[in-house]
Design a protein around this ligand. Structure first.
Ligand SMILES: NC(=O)c1ccc[n+]([C@@H]2O[C@H](COP(=O)([O-])OP(=O)(O)OC[C@H]3O[C@@H](n4cnc5c(N)ncnc54)[C@H](OP(=O)(O)O)[C@@H]3O)[C@@H](O)[C@H]2O)c1
Length: 315
């Protein structure tokens, strides 16, 4: 079986491509070839690389045809952010492939009503990214259910892995937050620290994609959350990390308006997105239908990533 992965050298592809190769897929990795995977693995020697710029080819209406020309049985789309992009791919691949797996996001849910959020809940997305991802999901599910297009959608949470910074207990990517927890310095958190973050190890995301391929008849026409077993409150996350560093957390809680004045505009923007979404999803559907079982808890995934950062002398 030939698997074409669009955007295969990123966070998820780093773990997914070796898994595909080891399972026996002939893997073709599509990217602009501007970066390498976060970790090397012998399996990459068996991968064919295809240098394509999706944005450029889409503007010429040629991207779908370019993917079809790679003769895929399976297409894994890691970098689809607009409904129009999904349409172009589906129109080119209809009737020609065995399976399309689309990488979505928990942010299709926007504001949840009940938590842990289940896939069946009505979508209330906000922000361009979440709104577009929800539109893609709705389009692909309609294509699958009405027209038999073999699409599955997988929604990861905050992806963690070795080689990049995890979303921290203040809901942004600033390593200063972890440094304060590691040294026992006071850390200011917005509100009461009871909003939630839902991380997932990139290797568990890769595992979810593999399970969706394996259980094709259960996964086609469906979307699944691919997460660690449980979300973290920001306060609980901060306390657990301080203790991992051998410290007592020294936390102080202040109102959002005051908190955001004390950080950069970029940190405030990223934190606000995480607070407002407060991801907290259920993985029961993936467990039941795909036999998905994450190997890492949220804290284990984060601690593995931080241990690597520490070993690099960057914390
Ligand atoms: N990060 C998170 O926490 C998170 C959470 C939930 C969902 N997601 C979803 O995860 C997906 C992204 O996966 P990821 O984080 O593994 O990817 P990533 O780390 O952002 O890597 C992107 C990949 O796409 C390639 N790429 C980027 N622009 C391209 C273009 N114009 N044409 C061809 N290739 C291109 C990159 O290689 P080159 O640069 O060399 O082209 C790379 O292989 C998205 O669908 C996102 O919505 C992410």
């Amino acid at each position: 079986m030939r698997a074409v992965i669009i955007g295969g050298t990123g966070h998820v592809g780093t773990y997914l491509v070796p898994r595909l190769v080891e399972t026996g897929y002939q893997v073709i990795c599509v990217s602009r070839n501007t970066r390498q995977p976060y970790q090397q693995h012998p399996a990459w020697k068996k991968v064919s690389f295809e240098t394509l710029d999706r944005t450029q080819l889409e503007s010429q209406g040629l991207f779908g045809r370019a993917i079809l020309n790679l003769s895929p049985d399976v297409v894994i789309d890691m970098i689809c952010f607009q409904e129009q992009s999904a349409r172009m791919l589906v129109e080119a691949l209809q009737g020609k492939i065995h399976h399309l797996l689309h990488c979505g996001t928990m942010w299709v849910h926007g504001h949840s009503v009940e938590v842990p959020t289940e896939e069946s809940q009505p979508r209330n997305p906000f922000g361009d990214y979440g709104i577009q991802k929800a539109a893609i999901e709705a389009y692909l599910l309609e294509q699958a259910r009405k027209h038999g297009f073999p699409a599955s959608i997988l929604h990861p949470g905050h992806i963690v892995g070795v080689g990049w910074n995890p979303v921290n207990p203040a809901g942004n990517l600033n390593m200063e937050v972890f440094r304060k927890l590691a040294t026992g310095e006071e850390l200011l958190l917005p509100n009461l620290g009871m909003e939630t973050l839902h991380h997932v190890h990139a290797d568990d995301v890769a595992g979810g994609f593999m399970q969706a391929l394996k259980y094709w008849n259960q996964s086609v026409g469906e979307s699944f959350h691919i997460l660690s077993t449980k979300a973290l409150t920001m306060r609980g996350y901060a306390q657990a990390m301080a203790s991992w560093f051998g410290q007592q957390a020294n936390l102080r809680f202040i109102p959002w308006q005051e908190w955001k004045e004390g950080v950069s505009a970029e940190d405030a923007r990223i934190t606000w997105d995480h607070l407002a979404h407060s991801a907290n999803g259920s993985i029961e559907k993936a467990r039941h239908l795909l036999h998905y079982q994450p190997r890492y808890t949220s804290l284990q995934a984060i601690q593995e990533a931080l241990q690597w950062i520490r070993n690099q002398g960057k914390l």
